[in-house]
Design a protein around this ligand. Sequence first.
Ligand code: ADP
Ligand code: MG
Length: 576
Amino acid sequence: MSKIKVMDEILANKIAAGEVVERCMSVVKELVENSIDAGSSEIKVELQEAGTKLIRVTDNGSGMDKEDAVLSFNRHATSKIEDEDDLYRINTLGFRGEALASIASVSDITLKTSTGNVGTVVNIKGGKVIDVITGDARRGTIVEVKELFYNTPARLKHMKSLHTELASITEYMNKLALANPSIRFTLINNNNVLLQTDGSNNLLKTISDIYGMEITKKMVEISGEDDDYVINGYISLPEVHKSNRKHMINLVNGRVVRNVELNKTINDAYHSYKPDNRYPVVVINIEVDPSLIDVNIHPTKMDIKFSKMEELISLVNELTVGCLKQETKIVDIGDVKNVQDVKEDTCTKSTVTKKEEKSKIKYEELTLDFNIISESEEQYKKIPRMYPVGLVHGTYIICQNDEGMYIIDQHAAKERINYELYKNKLGTPNNESISLLIPVTIELTNNEFIVLKENIDLLKDMKFDIEEFGVNSIIVKAHPTWLPTSYEEESIRRIIEIVIQLEKGFKLEKFNENVAINLSCKMSIKANTNIGLEEMEALINELRNCDNPFNCPHGRPTIITYTKYELERLFKRSGF
Ligand code: ADP
Ligand code: MG
């Protein structure tokens, strides 16, 4: 007798559920995505105990008639794909027809739906149809899921804490809301409203519903396109940053996706504008012909493949770099305190209170001009005219003008100036070289020597005259003219160290960047150096000419300001 048996449908669904519905968050995801696909303009998600007791999703979409309502629970039942061709131009969030069947096999699910005429109620438990009766005629659909995973104890045991479940549901709902600003979303857990958007189709408004006004005021628009891609969205000014990448949100044709390369490109654009271990807030939507993407990689459909990835990366890079160059400004001390302390966890109660607070602020404030400097002359656009008045702790230059008071960290400023200088020099390698009176010999270990020999052309291109000199040693006879005076030997050794530490597949740009950061850091005035007013003025002028005068290469601020208003407020002068 044959040993192979064909599985019954209920068992097959239960197994598929393992992939499609792993946790409460996947159930919420599948149900809400169905509501979006059904053309809803309003979607409400109600949870009890983070969804472990109850998940109820109510929408005002197309609804289903009785026949479809029953059919929708069959495995591979979908209204979204008819033939193979459709698979290559998917523009709905769902398409596999697996979700409802899977959820129904591991829970007690009730579907109440109507196209506006007669309503239908279907109840299924553990994959078995319990009841199909006539229901309400309200157009739209309500899906209620109870006792999730009651018949799969292993899964139940693996469920994370309620807090973790709720946090990931909230995170995903936030993303869906950002992907669909024209839909009014509500998320409630145990009667606490965690998210409420207004469906006004204004992305910036949705951002403020989620992140609050302080951050929203510091989001700048990016937009651009090439032949294949249209990009729209908002990225945060460098002074706003978070401890993880969760707030870098990529949307592709309104679908929430995860793409490591895209986020890396955006984050790299902030390099030297913010600390490397902090991440910006980003919401970008990429519109592309569905045939150029593949969303069919994994059932949860978060990963995505692009056919013309390099083209996309270069467009995103160009847009973010351009945007940051244009939009950075002096950090206003009044803003700083709030922005970096905004709670990261969006599912705690304090978020709700915050939201109440911010709803008092008028929405018009969103259109605030980001550029606080109104000097007409080009050179004073980034850093206005200001006059040094003294030095504190040998480190901080205090300046003033009619607008307020400025504090410059002279070490950070010098680092920025030198960094841009070296980067420039490294980028135009047709520099002259200077012979050393006494050549520098450097001894290396055997493997360092091998690595250096492999990459020696790099140094030659930079105009170093460099040769092998006995066993595992090299001699440097000349160096590029721009090495910092009286630090030549130290710089040569530093650069050689960097060459030795090169990883495989490095890029010249990255190498130059590394050299520039290293040299600038070493050669800048150390803190606690007393300088006179004239030197201060010279330093400010040099800083003013930088591409980004506002941060040192490690992302720390070079200059902060107290506006006159801030000062008056701090001293509680009249009117405050
Ligand atoms: P998929 O979304 O991949 O098609 P599902 O199992 O999630 O598969 O849903 C099956 C079908 O049920 C959908 O194709 C759709 O026709 C219908 N459906 C599910 N949820 C809704 C809803 N909220 N409103 C209208 N139709 C729905
Ligand atoms: Mg679906």
